[in-house]
Design a protein around this ligand. Structure first.
Ligand code: C6P
Length: 412
């Protein structure tokens, strides 16, 4: 095992625990990655040493908590290269961020006859809010399809994005197929047609460099728990010029400037979009998660991703009657592979793998229209992170081969 990876693994005590008497092999990182000790320690430190509310109390703890919360925002800004701190809105997660855009920007800017363009590979979190918005506003929802290699079909995107399009909402990386979508080209296409682009970065951030200015996206959403951070914290990046014109999505708390019996005016960015007590420890944990990623470096993260994907694909391809979904090559994708074993239900395979201490996800992955397109109800999915190794992939392949044998011939 690579010395650096061995060292990284020591930051994750969970990787030494046993599941069903076997050392855990955690291949469900696309659902939630594990959290390093450094992140847990920062959260513990807040809760035990300076826990207080933010932007309210003038006392020492309140100011300390506020400073650390705003420091986290500044760190996120640098991490994704936003122009201003106020373009970083803390939310409860990627789903919340996307709902914010649909219910605030969408509510004001979408009218009857307008078109919203999504892709067929969207997670429900980047589909349902647009589907409902389109229904409310009598707008049309259009889908960019897959190409031959089950990547996003850019030629189809050029047909679907037109002067009628007002919003393009696209995932940066599919949580089922693993392919990295050409976001920069899509942003250009959207802007050439005077539309805005909203990107779902849930499976991208932490895997490779994301520069919102270079991509020229108008909004970019992601979650802390998929990038070694805590649950319940997420980010919505938005261009300041757009956020400033948008109405608040949730009301209450410190998101106001002034309130009378009958009227209210709103605070400046970013507070306008952070109603109620925010997830302070979550933001502090996210700050620490970014430290963790930056200490390793996004280049290394990406290289490891490519190596793991290559090895995983090579090994999976050796198993007969195993169908892989998504791009079959190792570049332009993250270390996430969906597949099915012919004639064996994915849930049965996942349960059998769990008995061997191997955690993968089986199901529709909250992407049912994509499942319909692929002609299946569910798939198995192995999604790897920086702490996963080729040795773990070998054990996984060995277990998978034995499970297949068992279901086919009753032999183990
Ligand atoms: N996908 C998976 O196992 P939240 O739950 O808000 O943190 O993230 C939602 C979300 C949005 N977009 C994409 C592309 C995602 O993959 C997810 C979460 C998990 O694939 C849970 S369904």
């Amino acid at each position: 095992m690579d010395k650096d990876i061995a060292k990284i693994r020591t930051e994750f005590p969970i990787l030494k625990t046993k599941v069903n008497d076997e050392v855990l092999i955690y291949f469900d990182n696309a659902a939630s990655s594990q959290m390093p000790l450094s992140v847990s320690r920062k959260i513990f430190d807040f809760d035990q040493n300076y826990r207080a509310n933010v932007h309210r109390g003038l006392h020492t703890l309140g100011m300390q908590a506020t400073n650390r919360y705003e420091k986290a925002r500044h760190h996120v800004r640098n991490f994704i290269n936003a122009q201003k701190d106020c373009e970083v809105i803390f939310t409860s997660g990627c789903t919340d961020s996307l709902n914010l855009v649909a219910n605030s920007y969408g509510e004001v800017n979408i009218h009857a006859g307008d078109e919203i363009v999504v892709s067929i590979m969207e997670h429900h979190s980047n589909l349902l809010c647009w589907q409902q918005l389109a229904q409310r506003k009598h707008a049309k929802l259009r889908f960019i399809e897959l190409d031959q290699d089950q990547k996003l079909d850019l030629a189809d995107a050029k047909k679907k994005i037109s002067p009628k399009t007002k919003i393009v909402a696209i995932t940066h990386v599919s949580n089922v197929l693993g392919g990295i979508n050409p976001l920069k080209e899509l942003a250009k296409l959207a802007h050439q047609n005077n539309a805005i682009i909203v990107a779902d970065g849930a499976q991208a951030v932490g895997h490779f460099e994301v520069d919102v200015q270079d991509l020229d996206v108008d909004f970019y959403a992601f979650s802390g728990h998929k990038m070694f951070g805590p649950n319940g914290i997420g980010v919505l990046y938005g261009k300041r010029s757009l956020l400033e014109k948008m109405p608040p999505y949730r009301l209450g708390g410190e998101m106001i400037e002034n309130v009378t019996r009958t009227q209210a005016s709103w605070a400046d960015l970013p507070q306008k979009f952070e109603a109620g007590t925010p997830n302070i420890s979550g933001a502090i944990g996210l700050d620490a998660a970014i430290d963790f990623i930056e200490d390793i470096g996004l280049k290394k993260m990406h290289t490891h991703d490519i190596e793991m994907r290559r090895y995983l694909l090579d090994q999976l391809k050796k198993i007969a009657d195993l169908k892989i979904y998504g791009p079959k090559n190792d570049t332009g994708a993250i270390s996430l592979v969906s597949f099915n074993l012919s004639g064996i239900h994915p849930h049965d395979v996942a349960s059998a793998l769990d008995l061997e201490g191997i955690e993968v996800r089986a199901g529709h992955h909250c992407a049912q229209p994509l499942m319909q397109e692929l002609g299946v109800e569910s798939t198995l999915r192995a999604s790897l992170a920086i702490y996963n190794t080729t040795q773990e992939i070998d054990k996984f392949i060995q277990a998978l081969t034995q499970i297949k044998e068992f279901f086919e011939n009753g032999i183990r």
